[in-house]
Structures are given as C-alpha cells and as structure tokens.
Design a protein around this ligand. Structure first.
Ligand SMILES: Nc1ncnc2c1ncn2[C@@H]1O[C@H](COP(=O)(O)OP(=O)(O)OP(=O)(O)O)[C@@H](O)[C@H]1O
Ligand SMILES: [Mg+2]
Length: 237
C-alpha cells in the first residue's frame, strides 16, 4: 500500500483481519516479521512524533482539563515552552470547535466532544500521518456525520495524511480518496476502490445516487471476500 501526502485512505475489512494490527505496526507499536514500512523513503524504526494514533476510546486523563489533555503529548515529547504549548492547544481546540470548554474537565463533555478532544490531542504533535482506529464507532449516527465533516476540514487545514479504519462503509466512502478493502485474516488488500468526489465534501453527497452506488461497490467486494473465506474455512474443516 502506498499513501501520497495529504491523501485520506479508509481501510475496511472483516473483524479480526488485522486492521488494528496494521495500524499498530505503522505506528511502530508492534514489530513486523516481514515486508517493509517506510515514511518518506525511510524505514519506520519505532514510534515517533511523525505519526499519531487516534483510538476508539478517547481515554482522556480525567484529572486534567481539556487544554491540559491536549498539551500532554507536547509535554512528553518536546521542550516547547509552556506558553507555546498552550497557544497551540487553544488553536487546535478552536479548530475542532471546542474553544469554549478548554478549561472544563473531560467528565463534563459529551462523547462527541471527547472525540474532538481526542483528535485535537493527536494533532498537537503535528504528525505527518494520522492513524485512526474506528474513532467514531461509539458515537451516535447523527454526531458521527458531523464529526466526519469536521475531520475532513481539520485534515485539510493541517495538511495531514490519514489512514482511517472503520466498519461503516458509508463512513469509509464519505471520508476517503481511496478505500482499501482487506480480506479475512491474515489480512491482505483485496481491492482498492477510488472515491472520486472533490473536497470539501458536504452532507448532500451522502444522499446522492452516485454515493450510494459507491457504497454498494465497496460492500460487494467486502462481503464477497468474507463469503469466500467462509467457504474455504469450511473446506479446511
Ligand atoms: N498480520 C498479522 N500477523 C500476526 N497476527 C495477526 C495479523 N493480523 C491479525 N493478527 C492477529 O489477529 C488478531 C486480530 O487482529 P486485529 O485486532 O488487528 O483485527 P481487526 O481487523 O482490527 O479486528 P476488529 O475489526 O474486530 O477490530 C490480533 O490480535 C492478532 O493476534
Ligand atoms: Mg480493530
């Protein structure tokens, strides 16, 4: 798989096929036994500030304010002066629409708001590559659609490249320039599907016939790879 700078790739595939494992490998959290992983032509030696991971659970630190949650990564990984850290965190919180709750504690935020903090926190270290593992899976459908539009806006504003894992086909299609469909474990890319629409994308796109056809195309590849696995598993059995 090859990602171009600024590109948004969605990854879909059956449960247990290795999507999270793949993101963890790209993040440098788990070693790979075969193949190569490179960023700008250099092998990825381990975790680094050029990549940031956004997990499904925001896992914000409850004893820190929203602002202090966003500066946390900077405190750990840089020598940036405190005032500069705070300026950057304020800027990011404004970007994700949470400028007014910077001094609140996580317990006072809704799930969608925590998700936005999670995103701001990942962006604080200014990663080149953002790795997102089902970040909106626990969010209600309506809020999720809003967050998707916001994510695209934030990625464009910061010129980040994104690798986004989801089980939601419409979400994969709405966000991506390209959807990579993984087959069953051990996961391999079965097909890469181009998603042609210009950005910024709007909510209207979701209701269009072309969009629904694109979702069908992705679903066909995904479900046919699953059923192929089911029959080969039965044969083995
Ligand atoms: N390429 C691989 N090499 C070794 N182990 C793998 C590989 N892919 C998957 N696994 C194993 O399969 C398990 C499930 O993989 P993983 O959690 O990455 O799946 P997933 O696609 O993220 O599933 P879900 O959609 O349910 O989150 C892992 O715990 C890991 O042990
Ligand atoms: Mg997973």
């Amino acid at each position: 798989m090859e990602l171009k700078r600024g590109e948004f790739i969605s990854l879909v595939g059956p449960s247990g096929c290795g999507k999270t494992t793949f993101l963890n490998a790209v993040a440098g959290f788990v070693p790979i036994s075969d193949g190569t992983l490179q960023l700008d032509g250099r092998n990825i030696p381990g975790p680094g500030p050029d990549r940031a991971m956004v997990f499904q659970q925001p896992n914000l630190l409850p004893w820190r304010t929203v602002l202090a949650n966003v500066t946390y990564g900077l405190e750990l990984s840089t020598n940036m002066p405190k005032s500069e850290q705070r300026d950057r965190a304020h800027e990011l919180l404004d970007l994700v629409g949470l400028g007014d709750v910077a001094h609140q504690y996580p317990v006072n935020l809704s799930g969608g708001m925590q998700s936005r903090v999670n995103l701001a926190r990942a962006l604080a270290v200014e990663p080149e590559l953002l790795l997102l593992d089902e970040p909106f899976a626990a969010i209600d459908a309506q809020t999720r659609e809003v967050l998707q539009v916001e994510l695209l806006r934030v990625c464009a504003a910061r010129d980040v490249t994104a690798l986004f894992v989801t089980h939601d086909i419409a979400e994969a299609a709405f966000l991506a320039d390209r959807v990579c469909v993984f087959g069953p474990r051990p996961g391999k890319i079965v097909k890469e599907i181009e998603v042609p629409w210009e950005r910024p994308r709007t909510q209207d796109l979701r209701r269009s016939r072309e969009f629904l056809e694109k979702c069908d195309e992705i679903a066909d590849v995904l479900y046919s790879s699953k059923s192929a696995a089911g029959s080969s598993a039965q044969e083995e059995h």
